[in-house]
Design a protein around this ligand. Structure first.
Ligand SMILES: Cc1cc2nc3c(=O)[nH]c(=O)nc-3n(C[C@H](O)[C@H](O)[C@H](O)COP(=O)(O)OP(=O)(O)OC[C@H]3O[C@@H](n4cnc5c(N)ncnc54)[C@H](O)[C@@H]3O)c2cc1C
Length: 396
């Protein structure tokens, strides 16, 4: 890598949890880092998220990352010297139909065989863990080492810890382009362009979530990615009702109770034409009424009291969904010094601490603690039909 004294070693575009976690691990390894964001830390998916931290229901390719992330979450408050709100209260995933029972049984069998602590519970056993649940499900998987955290506190925790090590954050600064130059016969990253000027750095990481392709376009690189909408809700604060995160077999509902007592729940990914509204102070996505009523109806069948509970806030989020629902954690093959961490497909919050660690190693040219072959950009070069259907697993 090209170290310069005056310029950052690494410039990171995107102050979501991915960018902030990578910034911290880079700084801990001694790199000089700058993070740039159009808005503020956690302005997009890392603020819209449910913020479940789970291993259960993960694609096998992501399991090592998920397990590593949970190990990091377990001591993250100490590491960041903050309260991320992380609680390891487990994940119950419900089968609400006969068909879903096969999904959950398969999940438990395959993941238990790979050493994840996960078991099958009947309705009564699941209700012992979450007494507020209705009878509208047949069985559930139970993974006690899953959990959840407060998303904005977590992002801010990474940001502040990174700042203490000298990382600088340029907020309200939109990156409009990437400049390259030729070095030893190869294209190499040179600088980031913004309306406030051009910023040279040794390397760049694009952690810009759903907007990553806007940055890559000028280089002729494109991640095959769709951006389905997810509706999200928060109730008023309630008394202690729910310990674990509740998910469902088909991924169209996830529920958790925040540390402040509010229930936070999300629907499934909907492939509808939802745009990012950039006209206000913050980027926003507005879910249609039909999606809102679908989620309210499905949460009420699992937790009946929700139908009578005041809703405090409703918002929408977009997912950076790749064809195989796995992220890209890779260098751009055609541009030395340019890296991507994006395409998290609705489950990038929980694994972010591990992603930050491995991306920092990769950018610094060190051996990564986890093999990243499954997350290469080039896997999409041989686009096959099997890549056409992606099923995001948004289980919290
Ligand atoms: C409703 C919803 C529920 C979810 N639930 C879960 C869950 O339970 N568990 C889980 O693990 N994951 C979940 N996810 C996914 C998870 O939230 C994301 O994968 C994760 O937050 C992605 O973080 P990120 O840092 O990669 O991206 P983001 O948080 O989106 O950050 C990208 C940043 O880049 C900035 N940016 C973009 N373009 C530019 C530019 N040109 N110049 C400067 N800055 C730019 C943006 O302003 C933004 O701050 C959910 C997502 C949604 C939407």
């Amino acid at each position: 890598m090209r170290f310069k004294n005056t310029y950052p070693d690494v410039i990171i575009v995107g102050a979501g949890i991915t960018g902030c976690a990578t910034a911290l691990f880079l700084a801990e390894a001694g790199a000089k880092v700058e993070v740039i964001d159009s808005y503020h830390p956690g302005a997009m998916a890392s603020g819209w998220t449910l913020a479940g931290v789970r291993q259960s229901g993960r694609d096998p390719a992501e399991m090592e990352l998920a397990k590593k992330a949970v190990k990091i979450w377990e001591t993250l408050d100490l590491h960041l010297d903050t309260m991320t709100g992380y609680r390891q209260t487990g994940n119950l995933r419900l089968a609400r139909t006969e068909d879903e029972t096969y999904v959950i049984r398969n999940l438990v069998n395959s993941q238990a065989a790979k050493g994840l602590p996960i078991e099958l519970l009947d309705t009564r056993q699941a209700q012992q863990i979450a007494p507020a649940l209705s009878d509208e499900f047949l069985l559930a998987s139970w993974c006690p080492t899953d959990g959840h955290a407060d998303p904005l506190r977590s992002v801010e925790g990474f940001q502040r810890a990174a700042e203490r090590l000298g990382v600088t954050f340029k907020i309200n600064t939109t990156v409009t382009g990437i400049e390259t130059h030729m070095a030893n016969g190869c294209l190499r990253f040179n600088s980031i362009e913004t309306a406030k000027g051009s910023f040279v750095a040794g390397n760049a990481l694009l952690a810009a979530g759903v907007q990553t392709n806007l940055l890559l376009g000028g280089l002729g690189v494109c991640i095959p990615m769709t951006t389905p909408l997810v509706s999200a809700f928060q109730t008023v604060p309630l008394t202690n009702l729910l310990g674990p995160v509740i998910g469902v077999a088909n991924g169209d509902l996830a529920i958790r109770q925040q540390i402040d007592g509010r229930l936070r729940f999300t629907g499934g990914a909907e492939h509808i034409n939802a745009n990012l509204d950039l006209s206000g102070e913050y980027p926003a996505v507005h879910p249609p009424a039909a999606s809102i009523s679908r989620v309210i109806s499905s949460v009420s069948s699992v937790l009946p009291f929700v139908s009578q509970t005041p809703i405090y806030r409703i918002w929408g989020g977009l997912l950076d969904l790749t064809p195989d629902a796995l992220p890209i954690l890779d260098g751009v093959p055609s541009v030395n010094g340019l890296y991507i961490a994006a395409g998290f497909s609705g489950h990038g919050f929980g694994i972010a601490p591990a992603v930050g660690e491995v991306m920092a190693s990769k950018i610094l040219g060190k051996k990564t603690s986890i093999l990243l072959d499954a997350f290469s950009l080039e896997r999409f070069d041989s686009q096959s039909d099997s890549y056409q259907k992606s099923t995001p697993t948004l289980h919290g």
